[in-house]
Design a protein around this ligand. Structure first.
Ligand SMILES: C[S@@+](CC[C@H](N)C(=O)[O-])C[C@H]1O[C@@H](n2cnc3c(N)ncnc32)[C@H](O)[C@@H]1O
Length: 271
């Protein structure tokens, strides 16, 4: 059932509450210093997602006019800027914008960063060569409208790279649903939508309950129906996702299972 405008606005308020309190990818205490942003970057690409640099090829964006939807602390956008892109970003969380501005200025790089909802972009039609969004639009109940806006601001032949949480993943079914939902009883105390909200660090699924929707290869493809070419990937699988087997699973098996059971379902879509 479609949400009312007030319900959508309330969900977005929860989003701001979550990330104003818990900046995404925070490492240690928040500091507006070059060392802090370097630590965030180090953890992101060498701890959290060791596949990301190879997959997104940040270095290869000379002269590309690029928009990031939901830039967070600006960690990925900084990589695109280092790779030669002309960078723009939108995000609805005030703290994230302040952190991202500090991140860019600590490196002497430029980006135009707006406090703006992806559902209502101010850019003119066909302005961008590329739009990217990592771990963002599964938090917004009006995702279809956001995708329409992305389609509008892309040039013909432009590329949209979108990464969303994957429902058919080891992390969701083993770690969240089985371990926390059933074994620890959270499905009874905070329910299904509460359990999904606790995917986010600092969210308790009650007081802080950001909206989370999980996607499959099929539902992501459906979302991108207006794009001419869509290529889907699934990435991000680690032994710790398979509770309670943990680190018993050998690396070659993890590599073979990643395209089915990884935590991110990703599309490269061409307008
Ligand atoms: C999980 S964080 C990801 C941030 C960053 N992409 C990263 O990977 O570190 C989700 C971000 O999406 C932003 N966001 C959620 N809904 C949005 C919307 N409708 N328009 C713009 N930004 C949105 C939030 O404010 C938050 O900064």
């Amino acid at each position: 059932m479609a949400l009312t405008a007030e319900e959508v606005a309330a969900q977005k308020e929860q989003t701001r509450k979550q990330w104003n309190a818990n900046p995404c990818g925070q490492v240690g205490d928040i500091e507006y210093s070059p060392e802090y942003f370097e630590n965030v970057e180090e953890y992101r690409y060498n701890g959290y997602g060791d596949w990301m640099r190879d997959f997104y090829r940040y270095d290869d964006h000379q002269g590309v006019r690029l928009l990031e939807v939901g830039f967070g602390q600006g960690t990925d956008l900084v990589q695109y800027a280092k790779g030669g892109a002309e960078c723009y970003g939108v995000d609805i969380t005030e703290n994230h914008r302040e952190l991202a501005i500090a991140n860019f200025s600590s490196r002497g790089l430029n980006a135009e960063l707006f406090l703006e909802d992806a559902a209502d972009l101010h850019f003119e039609d066909g302005y961008f060569d590329k739009v990217v969004s990592f771990g963002v639009l599964h938090h917004t109940p009006d995702i279809e409208q956001c995708v329409d806006e992305v389609h509008r601001v892309l040039k013909d032949g432009g590329e949209f790279v979108i990464s969303l949480y994957h429902k058919n993943s080891a992390f969701w079914w083993f770690t969240k649903f089985l371990k926390e939902g059933i074994f620890k009883g959270k499905l009874l105390t905070i329910g299904y939508s509460g359990l999904k909200a606790t995917i986010e660090r600092g969210a308790d699924g009650k007081e802080i309950k950001p909206y989370v929707k999980l996607y499959t290869r099929r539902s992501l493809r459906k979302l991108l129906k207006d794009f001419s070419k869509v290529e889907i990937h699934v990435k991000h699988l680690y032994g710790k996702n398979f509770w309670p087997l943990g680190r018993l699973i050998p690396k070659p098996i993890l590599r073979a299972l990643e395209p089915r059971l990884g935590w991110y379902v990703i599309a490269r879509a061409t307008k």
